[in-house]
Design a protein around this ligand. Structure first.
Ligand SMILES: *Cc1c(COP(=O)(O)O)cnc(C)c1O
Length: 372
């Protein structure tokens, strides 16, 4: 739930005054607008939003209001959500494996772009009456991301060329797509993919309707201020590998929304170097075991925690012993019950991922003017 009425200045001011335990998901609307503007200015093509990164209704509505008019949806529920909130939005159904029932629902909803990575999936789309663009998804062994997206989806460049030919033969508009992997720090990853895309299109003898360079754009999880211009420049430069550059599309999730949010959890108890907090891997912190702990600050109502830090084991609130943050966290050596731990860049893969396991994982969204 989003509390619109009172906007706190920032997380510190709010946490120093609240009588509740949280957890709290702080949201800075102006930071989201600034990031949308940076993509609009720097990316030469259509910017779409990957809904799974943050399916909060207020986020989708704000993106739409800022000129994001197409959304990458991966399920019938996401299609229904976006269609209800923004009936004019273009729907890109870029989950390459779909049931026939899902295809029927998506055709009825007017999906205009689909991805495939397998001949059988293309056959299903054609049989189901899919129209518009078909983006063939390919995968390369490219480094730079937090984990390997190519392991689940994406075909080889050779098979992609054959699939692309089949798309054109079926009378559909051929396109290519890839995903470099989430939180990718290497602009060269996009460049490698784009150069391969031009080879694939040439091999298939097909003029691409579009090239979708996916998501993977990083957030400032390490506490740095993100600038995607280096990636945009690498994309522009690599696109010159095409004789006729196709229309470019990107579908960031994390890179658009993560830095507009922070997440505060509270210390419930401390035993030596073991700390118990009020949310964990089944709630808003579910991503931490797979991609690491983001930059954090400790906020103490009416005081300041010690500057000196020591490594501590941090346990989530459920009675499950897997509910532990990875490794150790460097926390103030005088950390006490009631202190807040505020994690940065928490706008992606929190909403929609949290469970209510063991009665935890319920957080409130607090709008703020700044996340400083
Ligand atoms: C998840 C996903 C994205 C967004 O990924 P980020 O790493 O959050 O930018 C984009 N495209 C597809 C097909 C996805 O599945």
């Amino acid at each position: 739930m989003l509390h619109q009425e009172v906007m706190a200045t920032g997380p510190r001011q709010f946490l120093e005054r609240t009588s509740h335990d949280g957890p709290f998901h702080f949201f800075c609307p102006s930071a989201l607008n600034a990031r949308v503007a940076a993509f609009a200015a720097g990316f030469r093509g259509q910017v779409t939003f990957a809904v799974k990164a943050n399916p909060a209704e207020h986020v989708i509505l704000q993106l739409w209001g800022q000129g994001v008019t197409a959304f990458d949806v991966a399920s019938v529920d996401e299609i229904t959500l976006v269609s209800r909130l923004c009936p004019q939005a273009a729907l890109h159904y870029h989950n390459p494996v779909r049931s026939r029932a899902e295809i029927a629902a998506a055709v009825a909803a007017g999906v205009v772009s689909w991805s495939v990575d397998d001949p059988a999936e293309l056959d299903k789309l054609v049989a189901g009456g899919a129209a518009g663009q078909i983006a063939v998804r390919f995968a390369l062994p490219v480094d730079g991301a937090s984990y390997n997206f190519g392991e689940k989806f994406g075909t080889s460049p050779e098979l992609a060329a054959r699939l692309l030919t089949h798309v054109a033969q079926a009378g559909l508009q051929p396109a290519l797509t890839f995903h470099v992997g989430t939180q990718c720090a290497q602009p060269s990853a996009w460049a490698t993919y784009i150069r391969t895309a031009s080879d694939i299109a040439r091999q298939a003898g097909v003029q691409l309707a579009s090239l979708n360079v996916g998501g993977g754009f990083a957030s400032g999880r390490d506490g740095s201020v993100v600038d995607h211009q280096g990636v945009f420049d690498a994309i522009d430069q690599a696109a010159s590998a095409f004789d006729v550059p196709p229309a470019m599309v990107c579908e960031p999730g994390r890179g658009l929304v993560a830095d507009a949010f922070a997440y505060a959890v509270r210390v419930k108890g401390r035993r030596g170097d073991a700390v118990y907090i009020n949310d964990g891997i089944y709630g808003g912190l579910s991503e931490l075991p797979s991609i690491g702990v983001p930059a954090l600050r400790v906020i103490r109502a009416g005081g300041t925690a010690a500057a000196r830090r020591r490594p501590m084991t941090v346990w989530g609130p459920t009675c499950d012993s897997l509910d532990r943050l990875p490794g150790t966290l460097d926390l103030p050596e005088d950390l006490i019950e009631g202190d807040w731990i505020l994690f940065s860049a928490m706008g992606a893969y929190v909403t929609g991922v949290s469970t209510r396991f063991n009665g935890y994982g319920a957080w409130e969204t607090i709008p703020v003017l700044t996340l400083e």
